[in-house]
Write a protein that binds this ligand. Structure first.
Ligand code: SAM
Length: 279
């Protein structure tokens, strides 16, 4: 369904003035597309949608969950995880404590990828992992740590690439069975993360648009992958500012493969490999 500029504006205003959410600085093109999908999936027109937004917080929550994109994967973009494993995490080996924030963690696969790497590098015990998202449903899935097997067989390939192979030394092959970290239950079509991983992260609802750092610690690494791609330039700048303030000196921000820091904030970070280091 095509969304006119006027309908789009009415939707943004309805959300902004009748809820705690604000989508007015999201990227217009992708949000309009999502809004069109929400209307057709729910068989609604814009007038009815807006009136229901104004009258029910429960409905707003439902729409927010439908309008945001939650696609994620275990070891998504394995080459990025290889850099994290061989170039970014080893620098933190001598720290007494390591703090990591996954902002926009969706259903948690990114968090479990990090936990597995930390365990392989024997630095899991001294690491605190904070994982946040706008959407409380995906956070609940992250806490449960169970994923459909049928749709996610690719997780095993990604695991092998990141955990078993060393791209800097192809002769080396580290034979780690995936059962060390998760179990595959084919009868129930599930991949289940092992309990010692699930117990570790602090999952918390957090909105990057309206909230500052509500975790009240500073970070060695902030992962915010495939989130700012949905934000416009001004909102991206605001979020880069939040991250800059909350990274330790030399702390590292990791973005999605197709995301980059543009404008005035680019001089505040130095790009090395897949990481942006705070200057
Ligand atoms: C495409 S997923 C990315 C998941 C994961 N980081 C990855 O790269 O695989 C984007 C996530 O950002 C979250 N998100 C969108 N807007 C947000 C906001 N304002 N504050 C926090 N999270 C947000 C969505 O709910 C969604 O779970």
């Amino acid at each position: 369904m095509t969304i006119t500029d006027q309908d789009y504006q009415l939707f943004l205003n309805a959300v902004k003035y009748s809820s705690k959410y604000d989508f007015s600085q999201y990227s217009e093109k992708s949000l309009k597309r999502r809004l069109g999908k929400v209307l057709s999936d729910n068989n609604l027109n814009i007038t009815t949608l807006i009136s229901r937004i104004k009258n029910s917080q429960e409905f707003v929550e439902k729409i927010v969950k439908e309008i945001t994109v939650n696609t994620t994967e275990l070891f998504r973009d394995p080459q990025v995880w290889q850099t994290i494993r061989y170039a970014i995490l080893p620098k933190l080996k001598n720290n007494s404590i390591i703090n990591i924030w996954h902002a926009g963690c969706s259903s948690g696969q990114e968090v479990y990828s990090m936990l597995i790497l930390l365990n392989e590098l024997e630095i899991l015990d001294k690491t605190k992992i904070y994982a946040t998202d706008l959407n409380s449903d995906v956070l609940e899935s992250a806490r449960v740590g169970e994923y459909k097997y049928r749709f996610n067989i690719g997780y095993l390939d990604n695991f092998d690439k990141v955990i078993k192979e060393n791209p800097y030394n192809y002769e080396e092959y580290i034979d780690v069975p995936y059962e060390k970290y998760f179990q595959i239950d084919k009868v129930n079509d599930l991949i289940r993360m092992n309990s010692f991983l699930k117990e570790k992260p602090i999952f918390k609802r957090h909105d990057l648009v309206t909230e500052n750092n509500t975790l009240y610690v500073k970070f060695d690494i902030i992962m915010c992958r495939n989130v700012i791609i949905y934000f416009n330039y001004d909102l991206q700048s605001k979020v880069f500012d939040l991250f800059h303030k909350n990274l330790y000196e030399d702390g590292c921000l990791i973005l999605g493969l197709h995301e980059t820091i543009l404008g005035s904030h680019s001089v505040k970070y130095q790009k090395k490999g897949h990481g942006y280091y705070k200057n």
